[in-house]
Design a binder for this molecule. Structure first.
Ligand SMILES: CC(C)(COP(=O)(O)OP(=O)(O)OC[C@H]1O[C@@H](n2cnc3c(N)ncnc32)[C@H](O)[C@@H]1OP(=O)(O)O)[C@@H](O)C(=O)NCCC(=O)NCCS
Length: 190
C-alpha cells in the first residue's frame, strides 16, 4: 500500500471549498505533524478547548498529541484542515472505531477565528466519506448540551440524540447504505 511518511495511506488528501469560499486542504495527519498540532491546540480559546474535551484544560499534553498521531488507520482517523496554499492548520476531525459496534466516536474542532465559515462541515463530510469507505456503520458523538453550534452541525448532518444527562448529550448517526449493504440477503440462496 502507498503510504505518506511511512504511516498513513496516500490518496486521502482532497481540496474542498467551503460554503464561505475558503479553499481547504483536508489530509490525514502525518507523524511529523506534532508541532502543527501543538500550535493548533495552543491557539484555541478556553471555551473551544472545553467544548472539544468536555472538561476545562489549558493545553493538551504532548503524550496525548503523540497518541493522536500514532493512529492505526484501520480503526482511527485524524484529518487536518489547512488553508490552501499555507501550511496552517485551522481545524481537525478525528474518529475512533469501536470494533464491537462498528460505530466510530467522532470529534471536531475548528480554530476560533475560522469557526462558522464552513470548515467544520467540510471536515465532517470528509470523515464520513473515509469512514464509509472503510465499512464503518455510523458515528457517535458526545456533545455538551450548551454547545449549540456542535449540536446544530451534527443535527444537520443527520445525527439524532440517543441519550442525555444534565450536562451532555450522546448523538448518533447511522450510515443507512452501509447498514443496508451489510444486512442484504444473498440472492438465489437455496
Ligand atoms: C462545532 C464546530 C466544530 C463547528 O465547526 P464550524 O466550522 O464552526 O461550523 P460550520 O461553519 O461548518 O457550520 C456548520 C453548521 O454548524 C452550525 N453553526 C456553525 N456556527 C454557528 C453559529 N455561530 N451559530 C449557530 N450554529 C452554528 C450550523 O448548523 C452550521 O450550518 P449552517 O452553516 O447551514 O448554518 C466548531 O464551532 C468548534 O470547533 N467548536 C468548538 C469545539 C467543539 O465544540 N467541538 C464539538 C465536539 S464534537
Amino acid at each position: 500500500m502507498d503510504v505518506i511518511g511511512g504511516d498513513v495511506p496516500a490518496g486521502l488528501e482532497v481540496v474542498r471549498t467551503t460554503s464561505s469560499g475558503l479553499g481547504l486542504v483536508l489530509r490525514p495527519a502525518r507523524s511529523d505533524d506534532l508541532p502543527r498540532l501543538k500550535e493548533f491546540f495552543g491557539s484555541l480559546s478556553d471555551q473551544s478547548m472545553y467544548q472539544r474535551f468536555s472538561s476545562a484544560r489549558r493545553e493538551v499534553p504532548e503524550q496525548r498529541l503523540q497518541q493522536f498521531l500514532s493512529v492505526d488507520c484501520s480503526r482511527n482517523m485524524l484529518i487536518l484542515a489547512e488553508i490552501k496554499g499555507k501550511e496552517e492548520v485551522v481545524g481537525l476531525g478525528q474518529y475512533s472505531l469501536n470494533p464491537e459496534t462498528h460505530l466510530a466516536e467522532v470529534a471536531l474542532v475548528v480554530r476560533d477565528d475560522y469557526q462558522s465559515r464552513g470548515v467544520g462541515r467540510e471536515i465532517h463530510r470528509r470523515l464520513t466519506e473515509i469512514a464509509r469507505g472503510k465499512g464503518v456503520l455510523g458515528f457517535t458523538a458526545e456533545v455538551l448540551q450548551s454547545n449549540y453550534k456542535a449540536l446544530s452541525l451534527l443535527q444537520e448532518m443527520g445525527f439524532e440524540s440517543v441519550s442525555r444527562d444534565d450536562e451532555s448529550c450522546e448523538m448518533r448517526q447511522i450510515f443507512e447504505e452501509e447498514v443496508a449493504r451489510r444486512t442484504e440477503l444473498p440472492q438465489n440462496t437455496p
